[in-house]
Design a protein around this ligand. Structure first.
Ligand code: GTP
Ligand code: MG
Length: 199
């Protein structure tokens, strides 16, 4: 499998450290503790490629994983993490915004939402930004294993219904159930990545 060959490349704290903006990349965004790093590990089938934690705020840099010379997956710090100073928050917000706005090789965002707490204000802002900047976005409603099959299906339908407000003719937005624990939705997620990365 193409995704199994992912390798850690670099952790970026300042934008001056970004690897060259060529080829294609896909970034994993979402609230702190939503399960971004776990999803990267599930997709690449590497238990400890991206560092995960029970406590929010684990990922504090923009972390690059190389799939091949031309393709990368990016683990972003979560938004909404309260326990850091205002200065650090500001730095992160600016860094993230500038990365998202200026990165030519960024082909799409995987936006993770805990299925039990979907569409927070942060998520809505991110979806609005994707809409305005015509950035393709694919939502993983993750930790689906925490709900029964029926409950997760109905959560999916409810969120889907709300997505119409973030849709325009030119915007690409899709959604699925996901579980890093049970590996639910793995193939569906990989096929979206395949499309964006040109695999
Ligand atoms: P930050 O780096 O802090 O922004 O968090 P993150 O979004 O990278 O979350 P991370 O992958 O570190 O996971 C947070 C916690 O949720 C960990 O305890 C994971 O084990 C757990 N978790 C992640 N995905 C799943 C899932 O699909 N199912 C269940 N049950 N737990 C999950
Ligand atoms: Mg993380």
């Amino acid at each position: 499998n193409f995704y199994h060959q992912a390798k850690y490349t670099i952790s970026v704290h300042n934008l001056s450290q970004l690897p060259s903006d060529t080829g294609r990349e896909v970034a994993f965004a979402g609230r702190s503790n939503a399960g971004k790093s776990s999803a990267i590990n599930a997709i690449t089938q590497q238990k400890s490629l991206a560092r995960t934690s029970k406590t929010p705020g684990r990922t504090q840099q923009i972390i690059f994983f190389e799939l091949d010379e031309k393709r990368r997956l990016i683990d972003l710090p979560g938004y909404g993490y309260a326990k850091v100073s205002i200065t650090i928050k500001q730095h992160w917000q600016n860094t993230l915004e500038r990365y998202l706005q200026t990165r030519d090789s960024l082909r799409g965002l995987i936006l993770l939402m805990d299925i039990r707490h979907p569409l927070t204000d942060f998520d809505k802002n991110m979806l609005l930004w994707c809409q305005h900047s015509a950035m393709p976005v694919h939502i993983l409603l993750t930790k689906a294993d925490k709900l029964s099959f029926g409950a997760s299906k109905s959560a999916l339908l409810q969120v889907k219904a709300q997505l119409t407000q973030f849709k325009t003719e030119s915007s690409e937005i899709s959604i699925q159930l996901f579980s890093s624990l049970k590996l639910t939705g793995l193939e569906e997620a990989r096929s979206v990545l395949d499309g964006w990365l040109g695999v």
